[in-house]
Design a protein around this ligand. Structure first.
Ligand code: AMP
Ligand code: MG
Length: 520
């Protein structure tokens, strides 16, 4: 196994001078050196061929003993110095102080094909940032992160990636529903990768500690390696840096809204500075189209991180980042302008995105009202977002009265589509039909365009849960099946037709299938 190791983060940034692995508040440092834990009986369950390739590894490498050992933390490669990153964050709107990589350990960085990948294990044992937890991860949350991060990549959504999924062979104690019923579960380790795992919270921690010097060092490092095009550090560069982060964050969230992804825990420590989807926890996919839906049981009451609120939370989080880097700029106005721009751009980009989902190429001044009306009818009775948009490409403008038939399979309670609800839907289809007559594309062309933005297959929570239940019993075939299917989410793939279906009723209120806790 040959890797082109090129460590930068732990070479260029200030390290914690303490080398002991005990819990502590870390100051004036971006990370702490720490070794992963030896595990009882590591077993590799799956690897991503695309990620192997990105790192310059082969399928044969993935089968080697060295691979198993390195990517479960049981062997540290010579000349590498694993470390956990220091960061803070706002959790559910409140400043939570130091958080950091409590159960993530960065192994090294690999340069391949002009890309520098950080390679990180999640669930490889305690670090100075583990606080009162064990540094471990269970199989269920690891399967979810592994499958979903690769699926998001293939959907075209900016995301961290995953290289491998392994069992540690250790047992991990978890209280899934936080109700005092703890039980042992299989421990697992995901190896994940990204060009950087820096988060908004990585910058916030230094602002909170009034450590402007390390803050500047980290921002300069980030610009040098990840926003290279911005050039030498200066007040103007810092402003452009914030502007770019703001644009990337918006772009990521627009993608989430397009595919119906709800992150579930948009705390500032889970916001990537590169605008990548990061930290797959109690996330979920919209089944019934509902702005108020959140998959996270911890957020059940306030629904801060509900689907319809993700764009606002992006803005709120950016405001926290602006506050954090303010000491380098000392001028609020340009930062406020950028935040206001986010709001304006959100409206523009959202409209563009929904137009594309409806197969509309032209811009029409009535689109805003027309789309608002669609959102209203979508909320009248439960309708599956993925199936609705996918089947809508079959709509023929010549037959608006057939519209309801085209989307029939998407309704969870088709019996409710009568009276006023039926009338409202038919009115909308009439408008859609008229709107389509202003377009020049043929129905076939429109269908092709729509099918490139409206996925046919997404990782519904119940699907992930079925794969987890099998994996718990030692059967990993479903992980492989879903992994392969989700590589081509926009293709018809008739062999997987059974997964193009509404959430079954048994899954509606089952733990893991619709709502999830943060326990992982
Ligand atoms: P999250 O919101 O799940 O991304 O995690 C919030 C914070 O809790 C991060 O600092 C994590 O590293 C930490 N954390 C979560 N689970 C564990 C665990 N099992 N052991 C140690 N730290 C954890
Ligand atoms: Mg996190």
């Amino acid at each position: 196994m040959k890797l082109n190791i090129k460590d930068i983060f732990n070479q260029e940034l200030p390290a914690d001078s303490i080398l002991e692995n005990n819990r502590r508040q870390v100051v004036n440092a971006c990370f702490s050196f720490v070794k992963p834990k030896q595990t009882a009986n590591p077993e590799l369950l799956h690897t991503s061929p695309e990620m192997l390739n990105n790192l310059g590894l082969s399928e044969a490498d993935a089968k080697s003993e060295a691979f198993l050992k390195v990517f479960t933390g049981n062997e540290v490669l010579p000349n590498t110095n694993p470390y956990a990153m220091c960061y803070g964050g706002h959790q559910f709107g409140n400043w939570a102080g130091q958080l950091g990589d409590g159960r993530a350990i960065n192994l090294f960085e690999v340069e391949h094909d002009n890309t520098n990948w950080q390679v990180q294990l999640k669930g490889a044992g305690e670090t100075p940032y583990s606080r009162n937890a064990d540094g471990l991860a269970v199989l269920r949350s690891s399967v979810r992160e592994y499958l979903c991060s690769e699926a998001m990549y293939h959907l075209g959504v900016p995301t961290t990636r995953a290289l491998s999924l392994a069992l540690s062979g250790d047992q991990v104690l978890r209280d899934v529903m936080y109700d005092g019923n703890s039980a042992y579960e299989k421990g697992a380790i995901v190896c994940r990768t990204a060009e950087s795992f820096l988060r908004f919270g990585s910058f916030q921690i230094f602002a909170a500690n009034q450590d402007d010097e390390t803050l500047k060092t980290l921002v300069d490092y980030t610009i040098k390696h990840h926003f290279t095009h911005l050039g030498e550090p200066s007040k103007e560069t810092y402003i452009q840096f914030f502007k770019t982060v703001s644009e990337r964050t918006l772009d990521m969230i627009i993608h989430w809204q397009r595919v119906g992804f709800v992150h579930g825990v948009m705390n500032t420590d889970n916001m990537s500075i590169l605008g990548l989807t990061i930290d797959y926890g109690p996330y979920g996919w919209l089944e019934g189209y509902d702005y108020g839906w959140t998959p996270n049981t911890t957020d059940r009451q306030h629904k801060r991180y509900r689907y319809g609120n993700q764009p606002n939370i992006g803005l709120w989080n950016l405001l926290q980042l602006a506050n954090a880097i303010y000491p380098l700029i000392n001028d609020a106005e340009p930062l406020e302008t950028i935040l206001n721009q986010y709001k304006d751009n959100f409206e523009i980009e959202r409209l563009k995105m929904i137009r594309s989902k409806l197969g509309l190429q032209l811009e029409d001044e009535t689109d805003s009202a027309f789309i608002l009306e669609l959102e209203d009818v979508l909320h009248l009775t439960e309708i599956d977002m993925t199936i609705f948009f996918r089947n809508l490409s079959d709509f023929k403008k010549e037959n608006p009265s057939e519209g309801l038939k085209v989307i029939h399979d998407a309704f969870y309670k088709p019996d409710e589509v009568i009276g006023n609800i039926e009338k409202r839907w038919n009115e909308w289809f009439d408008k859609y039909s008229k709107r389509l007559t202003t377009e020049s594309f043929s129905q076939k062309e429109r269908m092709e365009k729509m099918n490139q933005v409206n996925p046919k297959y997404v990782l519904r929570n119940y699907m992930a849960q079925l794969a987890i239940d099998d994996a718990d019993k030692g059967d990993y075939k479903l992980i492989d099946e879903l992994f392969n299917m989700l590589k081509k989410p926009y293709n018809e793939q008739p062999e997987y037709q059974k997964w193009f279906a509404k959430r079954p009723e048994w899954a509606r209120d089952k733990v893991g299938c619709s709502m999830l806790s943060c326990s992982s």
